[in-house]
Design a protein around this ligand. Structure first.
Ligand code: PLP
Length: 372
């Protein structure tokens, strides 16, 4: 043993039912445990092509430039914004939680003229509100979060996107918590740029951020007046690697890509619609069980995410203590509230492998015990 006296890791088994990361299928972990091949090995290049093909299907897009950025969801967010936003651009950001706020903060760092459409945490952004903001502000870019993980709210993109398309603004959509869990239609909705993450409803560990740029987004990048203010996220350089030229840019995290490949393969084997339905079924079971326990949702029925459930902490209960008990006694992780919702809600994730009736039942039984 070295003088540091450190033992090998003994990683605890958890049932992850929080806001992510989510449970990962064994076959994904198996693939990720294989020895790396070179990131320019012909085998890896063909695997990259399959990942791109499968991602297009999962995003429901024909965008050629669809690939996983190396990094977590925030890396994909940064990728979209550094390429598409120039100083002084008027950018309208919809904010109803932490992640809309993060997009606005990032756009400010890029020198954009940021305008916000803010609604209270726990409410959704609605078509009449967006229409008014678009008419008043005439933004060049609109950025929205589809599934606001901090509150469990779904913004109704099917109703908001036609307004953005009519306005002619470039549309950036955060699909971090929606992709693979609820319907996402990048082409049908006229989304120009989107970013997601592997550790939510895709069901792989964190580390990659699938992104997709429309031909219009690529054209906007090519016509920039200013340089892209990033080297790592420069989409033209990344296109050199993920496109057909295969020019070295950075060393792609091979094993994360093995995992993503298997996760996407499993999604397509299950079928997108079956997967969305499975997430919904798990939600229905949770809803019934929570009501039997006398617990209430924080979010309204019609805009509630099936994969991320914000539940009110019962009056007088110490939410952190109960969460700790769930983890210590039952090995189950659920999430706390963030920002103004700290101490007031729990966030129960039903994502990927966690969106199964047996997981919901285990959580409900354990929750009943800790609430006694
Ligand atoms: N956007 C949303 C909606 C998220 O839920 C998250 C993370 O939870 C992010 C962006 C940032 O992703 P990451 O934590 O993987 O960087």
């Amino acid at each position: 043993m070295s003088r540091f006296n450190i033992s090998p890791l003994k990683i605890p088994k958890r049932l992850l039912m929080g806001p992510g990361p989510s449970m990962v299928a064994d076959s994904i972990l198996e693939k990720m445990g294989a020895a790396p091949v070179g990131h320019l090995d012909p085998y890896f290049l063909s695997l990259m092509e399959e990942i791109k093909r499968m991602l297009r299907e999962v995003f429901q897009t024909s965008n050629e430039f669809t690939f996983p950025v190396s990094g977590t969801g925030s890396a994909g967010m940064e990728f979209c914004l550094v390429n598409l936003i120039e100083p002084q651009d008027k950018v309208l950001v919809g904010i109803n939680g932490l992640f809309g706020r993060r997009i606005a903060d990032l756009a400010l760092k890029l020198g954009a003229n940021v305008q916000t459409l803010e609604v209270p945490w726990g409410e959704s952004i609605e078509a009449d509100q967006l229409k008014k903001a678009l008419d008043e502000l005439q933004p060049k870019v609109v950025a929205l979060v589809h599934a606001e993980t901090s509150t469990g709210i779904r913004n109704p993109i099917e109703e908001l996107s036609p307004l953005i398309c009519q306005s002619g603004a470039l549309f950036i959509l955060d699909t971090v918590t929606s992709l693979g869990g609820i319907p996402v239609f990048i082409d049908r909705w006229g989304v120009d740029a989107t970013f997601s993450a592997t550790q939510k409803c895709i069901g792989a560990p964190p580390g990659l951020s699938p992104v997709s740029f429309s031909p219009r987004a690529m054209e906007i990048v090519s016509k920039r007046k200013t340089k892209i203010p990033s080297w790592y996220f420069d989409c033209l350089l990344l296109h050199g690697y993920w496109g057909m030229d295969r020019i070295y840019h950075h060393t792609a995290p091979t094993n994360n890509n093995y995992g993503l490949h298997e996760a996407l393969r499993l999604i397509l084997e299950e079928g997108l619609e079956n997967r969305w339905q499975r997430h919904h079924n798990a939600y229905c079971r949770l809803k019934k069980g929570l009501s039997e326990l006398g617990l209430e949702f924080f979010t309204p029925d019609n805009r509630r995410l099936s994969q991320l459930n914000a539940v009110k902490v019962p009056e007088g209960k110490d939410e952190a203590l109960l969460r700790q008990k769930l983890l210590d006694q039952y090995g189950i992780e659920i999430g706390p509230g963030l920002g103004p919702l700290k101490g007031k809600i729990w966030r129960i994730g039903l994502m990927a492998e966690g969106a199964r009736e047996e997981c919901v039942d285990k959580l409900l039984v354990s929750l009943e015990e800790v609430l006694k």
